[in-house]
Write a new protein. Sequence first.
Length: 255
Amino acid sequence: MLTLANQTFSSRLLMGTGKFSSPSIMKRSVKSAKSTMVTLAMKRLSAHIEHDNSLALLKELDVTLLPNTSGAKNAQEAIFAAELAYEVLGSPWIKLEIHPDQQHLLPDPIETLQAAEALVKKGFNVLPYCHADPVLCRRLEEVGCAAVMPLGAPIGTNQGLQTAPFLRIIIEQANVPVIVDAGIGKPSEAMAAMEMGADAVLVNTAIATASNPVAMASAFSKAVEIGRKAYEAGMPITQQNAKPSSPLTQFLVQE
Ligand SMILES: CC(=O)[C@@H](O)[C@H](O)COP(=O)(O)O
């Protein structure tokens, strides 16, 4: 069970709902992933609310909606998007994303911290997308974020856990859940994040752009479960020198 802001979720796989070829494939993929929390971009909702039936479909799924502020270039725009999410969806949850640079979509750490602090004060459960920066994650935790969401690699790149050494530090020091977000391109990478001790992962592009998104969603679901199971079993230590699996060091030859 994943606990975020005193609410429990049966799945540790959060899913993004963009980039699917149709709303019905998106819906079947969320079901297949057994995901219980899914993101919804406020910019998509505000632009297409009359023509896009994704929201109606998502409501049928009985999942917690995690509106995101994707598209916001500064704290002010992100706060506006969060307030819109509260008005339209009644959602206290917000995935805070502020990326002024459209080429790499890297999160702005200063605007993110400012917006996070303001939104926590307004009563939101803030889940900030941020770089895998242990110092920033500590600061985000201190201002009251419900979790931190450090990136594995830039959004939509499928490059995997490029930030692995820093994710390890973040996981080791965090007192709030760590959700590895963005860039996860394969189920094995989601599993590696979970084995490392991440509390959850968020995946969108790798599922939505697979040849068979519904099957890929199921593969991710299994990978996340297995990775968590392995972590809870206690991962063995990596050693430099070889050690025999049997304690005997030589054959005892009978004369
Ligand atoms: C949907 C969402 O929130 C994305 O912004 C998220 O960061 C997922 O990234 P990938 O598409 O790389 O999985």
